[in-house]
Design a protein around this ligand. Structure first.
Ligand code: GLC
Ligand code: CA
Length: 551
């Protein structure tokens, strides 16, 4: 694959509501982000992805947009955004915005007009069906039917996600034109591109037929009939040609449901997107990303195999977007390290494990200081709509209330949405007011100030990983290979080109391991747990290293 400008970016995801509050209302905002740009520059990242900042009633914290052209007042004004653009530019940081166009908010003027006036053209901007009962048995991602009845009519509208997120009707060419022109206006402003939300849901099985139920509610997951359906390629190609291509923008798509055999279309040299997130590794602990109440046991071997299969498929077609956290996932140390979630050596091992994989690496806010899951005592302490649904759904499927609470404590999206821990104080330096969501913990270790002051911290480790990646192009542009492994818990991968090779080796267990390895080399990065001898590599529990191999 020919080199592209976005391949060498290092992306940091900001969940604006929880990153930094600037005015004491307890809600993070754009001016808060501006005040932390020096921090981000010091970490070394080159691009930020900001979760939605647009006007929204916040049923899904901004993933329900009621005006694509303006900011939510709690996040700031257009003038604040323009200042953010200018300030990021000064520091060599690019901006990715979140593009949410599978659905809008039900408070968007288009939807409001469609409700008020069934004759208006906006009725066809959404999916309405006249019926005496719900048109089929598809289940929405946030629970219940995908169909919501209008109060005074025998009419239902379709929502893949929450009922306050009606799906836009991509079959309507005029609606598509409105979307393209909106996208291009943001690109004109000078953003680098978009993270593209839930984009594989834009095409539905237009027969809208009921299917075999898969739960006690008599419903069936809508992913079977409305995700990555035949015909979606027409919309995605048009989107690419009309918007992303002319601006040479970067796009990273949330595209669940795309098989490895379809990657050429999605991320190939002329693919719809620059890269897509693969959730196979992130969701290895649950039956599916949408069914947390069905936990799945896994081993490090499973994790390794998922990463390997994914990476080889991605390399074959295009470019990857390695990540271990985002605003929909629980905290990675709690998921992957379990009892070792606060073990500093293990945290660094986890960072090394994914950071030099093939693709553009993403870091989620708080990941760089090892933030962990929280523990809440009652359902009332949760904000996330998905957690509330999974709690009730879990109980309907046979869990006790206690078990259902444990499931959402573990998997809740709120885990990654708690305030960013800047310092060791009750409101963790996030706000001078009352934070909108309770902080995870007040910790003397897991906060930015403490870790920046400690040369051996996880934060410093991430800073170094980034610096090394910038200095070592083969870690970006080189091929990836997975050498034969001899120890179940030890991960290995090599990045290489014609002249050089680097080995990443990670012991993801609490036992010491020895790996016979006849091509020793020099340690470039390590968490202090690795010794190289003439023909083997000794790894302490959670020992990990980047080794420059002798060629
Ligand atoms: C994506 C977002 C998630 C949101 C959903 C609906 O999965 O990442 O946060 O709830 O889309 O927009
Ligand atoms: Ca604020």
């Amino acid at each position: 694959m020919e080199n592209k400008w976005w391949q060498s970016e290092i992306v940091y995801q900001i969940y604006p509501r929880s990153f930094q509050d600037s005015n004491g209302d307890g809600i993070g905002d754009v001016r808060g982000i501006i005040s932390r740009l020096d921090y981000l520059a010091e970490l070394g990242i080159t691009m930020i992805w900001i979760s939605p900042i647009f006007k929204s009633p916040m049923a899904d914290n901004g993933y329900d947009i009621s005006d694509y052209f303006d900011l939510a007042p709690e996040f700031g004004t257009m003038a604040d955004f323009e200042e953010l653009l200018a300030e990021t530019k000064k520091r060599g940081i690019k901006i990715l915005l979140d593009l949410v166009v599978n659905h809008s908010s039900d408070e968007h003027p288009w939807f409001q007009e469609a409700l008020k006036n069934p004759q208006s053209k906006y009725r066809d901007y959404y999916i309405f069906k006249e019926a005496n009962e719900r048109p089929n048995n598809w289940r929405s991602i946030f629970g219940g039917s995908v169909w919501e009845k209008l109060p005074d009519e025998e009419v239902y509208y379709y929502h893949t996600f929450h009922k306050k997120q009606p799906d836009l009707n991509w079959e309507n060419p005029e609606l598509r034109e409105e979307i393209y022109s909106m996208i291009n206006q943001w690109l004109e402003l000078g953003i680098a591109g978009f993270r593209v939300d839930a984009i594989t849901f834009i095409k539905k099985d237009l027969s809208f037929k009921s299917i075999e139920p898969d739960g006690v509610d008599g419903l069936a997951k809508c992913t079977k009939t409305s995700r990555n359906q035949p015909g979606i390629e027409v919309f995605l190609k048009e989107l690419q040609e009309r918007c992303f291509k002319p601006y040479d923008s970067v796009t990273v798509a949330e595209a669940p449901g795309v098989g490895y055999d379809e990657l050429d279309d999605f991320i190939g040299p002329d693919g719809f997107f620059s890269m897509i997130f693969d959730f196979k590794a992130a969701d290895l602990d649950v039956a599916s990303g949408t069914e947390w109440f069905k936990p799945v046991a896994w081993t490090p071997e499973d994790l390794f195999n998922r990463l390997k299969t994914s990476q080889l498929a991605i390399q074959e077609s295009g470019w990857g977007a390695p990540f271990i956290e985002n605003h929909d996932q629980n905290r990675a140390p709690s998921k992957y390290l379990k009892d070792n979630q606060t073990n500093p050596v293990a945290l660094k091992a986890l960072a090394l494990l994914y950071f030099y994989l093939y693709g553009t690496p993403f870091i989620y806010q708080g990941q760089e200081i090892g933030m962990v899951n929280f523990e809440r005592e009652s359902l009332d302490d949760f904000d996330d709509i998905s957690s509330i649904d999974q709690y009730h759904r879990g109980m309907a499927e046979g869990l006790t209330a206690e078990e259902a609470l444990a499931v959402i404590n573990y998997r809740s999206r709120d885990n990654s949405r708690t305030p960013m821990q800047w310092e060791d104080s009750p409101s963790v330096g996030f706000t001078t007011g009352q934070p909108w969501l309770a902080v995870t913990e007040q910790s003397s270790v897991r906060n930015v100030a403490a870790q920046m002051a400690d040369p051996d911290s996880l934060w410093r480790f991430y800073q170094n990983l980034i610096a090394v990646k910038k200095e070592t192009p083969v870690l970006t542009h080189g091929q990836i290979a997975f050498p034969e492994r001899t120890e179940e818990d030890v991960f290995l991968y090599r990045r290489y080109d014609e002249d050089q090779a680097y080995l990443v080796i990670v012991n993801l267990s609490g036992q010491a391991q020895t790996v016979v390895y006849p091509r020793p080399g020099e340690l470039v990065v390590t968490n202090q747990g690795v010794t190289i001898t003439t023909n083997d590599i000794k790894l302490a529990p959670f020992g990990a290293a980047l080794i420059k191999e002798e060629c």
